[in-house]
Design a protein around this ligand. Structure first.
Ligand SMILES: C[S@@+](CC[C@H](N)C(=O)[O-])C[C@H]1O[C@@H](n2cnc3c(N)ncnc32)[C@H](O)[C@@H]1O
Length: 347
């Protein structure tokens, strides 16, 4: 089953005939594989690990699947190489200029850019958003509540430097000041999220192997390691920009942790002495509790004897029941008018 944006690309696939195609920020479907009917080859770069996991089993000689904020670095750098780049307009609108820069760096001179997105997701302002190294965007299609625009690389784009897309700033936390490196599109730019603040204000003392689930730019990770530097911390997130930000944040604070992609807890292994999180409650544009519910169920299984589990959640979300069902008992060490802390220690 293809998403609406993918269906719109498919019905316009003739403009990719015999092209070497790169798909950026694709969704959780097999559109890149379907394009092999017309394209010579397709490379697909997912910035969401769940989307990558859906497509990766289909990889073959003409379909290459990658996860990350760029294609894997090659030495020497290959020349710009694609006839066409397709961008799925990102849910985080401020990520769009980054994707345009990335596309331009990978396109052949005069190569074709296609940008698709849902009407409600910001695609309508594409013509204004396209940088001047692309020609004016032309509307190719309008269907399935989506728009598809086409443009052409007409100038030379600046080389992609991650530092151009990064804000680095000092953040005061209950554990002291830390440096945060936040790439575009990552949660909670330039301020301490109120939920994270409540969590850090009541930080339990952990030991051993600890998991920071949904690490974002590494705010919890850096504050935790500042207060408890001997922890063996693991930071997971589904989002490539978040993982890159977290690595930069840890490096900027002279800290180390294992940072890796995981869809929920699926890519974590073994048991933890501690689990901490400000878990997600959005999936794309939709608000959801299902990711956090799955996290509660899975983390109950991965908590060691005496292990400590603490999360913060928006108080209007119905966590109490599911947490009580999994852990049998529930403590709420602190709350405010917006957030609640949930704490559990494995007996
Ligand atoms: C509310 S933010 C918290 C970020 C950070 N811990 C903080 O407090 O600033 C939730 C994070 O969960 C990540 N996330 C969303 N869905 C996920 C999933 N299925 N598996 C792992 N991480 C996920 C998001 O990318 C986001 O970085």
């Amino acid at each position: 089953m293809l998403t609406n944006p993918s269906q719109v690309i498919l019905r316009n696939q003739d403009c990719l005939n015999q092209h070497k195609v790169l798909v950026l920020n694709h969704e959780a479907d097999l559109l890149p594989k379907a394009l092999l009917d017309v394209a010579t080859s397709v490379d697909a770069l997912a910035l969401d690990y769940h989307h990558h996991l859906q497509l990766a089993p289909q990889a073959g000689p003409r379909l290459h699947c990658y996860f990350g904020h760029t294609l894997p670095q090659q030495d020497p750098q290959p020349e710009a190489q694609y006839d066409s780049v397709i961008i799925y307009f990102p849910k985080a609108k401020n990520l769009a200029p980054y994707l345009f820069n990335l596309a331009a760096n990978y396109l052949k001179p005069t190569g074709q850019l296609l940008v698709v997105g849902e009407n409600k997701g910001g695609i309508k302002s594409l013509v204004k958003l396209l940088p001047d190294y692309f020609s004016t965007g032309i509307k190719l299609d309008n269907a399935r509540h989506c728009l598809l625009f086409a443009s052409q690389l007409v100038g030379v784009a600046p080389p992609l430097k991650l530092s151009d897309w990064l804000s680095q700033y000092q953040l005061a936390t209950p554990q002291g000041e830390i440096t945060i490196c936040n790439l575009v599109g990552v949660f909670s730019e330039k301020r301490l999220d109120l939920g994270t603040e409540l969590l850090l204000s009541h930080l339990p003392t952990f030991s051993g192997r600890v998991l920071d689930f949904g690490c974002g730019a590494g705010v919890i990770a850096a504050a935790l390691l500042k207060a408890q530097p001997s922890l063996a911390l693991e930071c997971v997130d589904i989002n490539a920009m978040a993982l890159a930000s977290c690595e930069l944040t840890l490096a900027a604070n002279g800290m180390t942790a294992k940072v890796y992609p995981s869809d929920g807890l699926a890519q974590t292994t073994g048991q933890f002495n501690g689990i901490i999180s400000n878990p997600p409650f959005h999936d794309g544009l939709a608000s959801t509790t299902s990711i956090a519910q799955r996290f509660v169920i899975d983390s109950a299984k991965q908590l060691k004897h005496n292990g400590i589990w603490q999360i913060v959640a928006n108080r209007h979300l119905p966590y109490s029941d599911i947490i009580a069902a999994q852990f049998g008992q529930l403590q709420v060490p602190a709350d405010n008018n917006k957030y609640k802390l949930y704490y559990f220690q494995q007996a």
